[in-house]
Write a protein that binds this ligand. Structure first.
Ligand code: BTN
Length: 247
């Protein structure tokens, strides 16, 4: 896959900018919007994504994954998350790098990267996907009160070149995309994703709405839902936003 990096030093948000360009048909598969500073970096839900100028990776990658059925769009989350885990593992050698379902990347109990996907769906086809990736690299202190942020520099103690890092990340996403966008390989991708999952097969505290419970993640189904075993012995499936990790 060929990547075409479009760097703009300051933006409101790489995802919002990418969305505008897609709407005017100015972006295509492999285009990557990259910036050094976002005035209004977007996280999941209403959250703000904190990143001091020039310190971290802030990119939005455009895909046109027409071969992946919209019902299985979770495949995209999985292959981008795994590329990030793979990249971070090259720098964070001693601690565990894992995916907190659905797409936060954690080192132990700390968040090092997040992904904001925006998929544009028509029928059962994903026309465009914006994979917005924020990876904390050289930022040592965080101010926004985000829960437990951490950066690669906390593990390496030396500043990392962001251009080299971006090239490596895109290489890994490219390889995963070529390999795993094919239906026959979805199962293998899911197995890899599960192996890297935070709290897989561990009892932990969760909530859905006002209800708190202990559960154990035992599987992910083909739609990306979390399959959780409860103390009662029952098993429940939870979609995105239907379950929260409590601690
Ligand atoms: C999360 O809340 O975990 C998702 C964070 C995603 C942040 C990235 S930074 C680059 C891209 N542009 C945005 O506005 N957000 C994503």
């Amino acid at each position: 896959m060929q990547f075409n990096i479009i760097n703009i030093p300051k933006l409101e948000s790489t995802n919002s900018y990418a969305q505008q360009l897609i709407e005017s048909d100015d972006l295509h598969e492999g285009d990557v919007i990259s910036t050094q500073y976002q005035e209004n970096g977007r996280g999941q839900g209403e959250n703000f994504w904190e990143s001091e100028p020039g310190s971290n990776l802030l990119v939005s990658l455009i895909l046109e994954p027409k071969m992946i059925p919209a019902s299985q769009q979770f495949v995209l989350t999985q292959l981008v998350s795994l590329a990030l885990v793979d990249l971070i593992k090259e720098f964070v050698l001693t601690d565990e790098v894992q995916i907190k379902w659905p797409n936060d990347i954690y080192v132990n109990n700390k968040k090092i990267a997040g992904i904001l996907f925006q998929n544009f769906i028509k029928g059962n086809e994903i026309e465009f996907s914006i994979a917005g990736i924020g990876l904390n690299v050289n930022q040592k202190k965080f101010y926004s009160g985000a829960l437990n942020p951490v950066s690669i520099i906390h593990y390496t103690n030396e500043t990392i070149d962001l251009n080299i890092l971006l090239d490596k990340l895109l290489d890994k996403i490219g390889v995963n995309y070529e390999t795993y966008r094919i239906k026959e390989n979805f199962q293998e991708l899911n197995s890899k994703y599960i192996l890297n999952l935070f709290r897989y097969k561990e009892w932990a505290n969760y909530s859905n709405g006002n209800n708190f419970f202990k559960g154990k993640i035992i599987d992910i189904d083909e739609f990306g839902r979390l399959k959780v075993k409860l103390k009662s012995g029952n098993e429940n499936k939870f979609g995105f936003k239907e379950i929260e990790f409590v601690d």
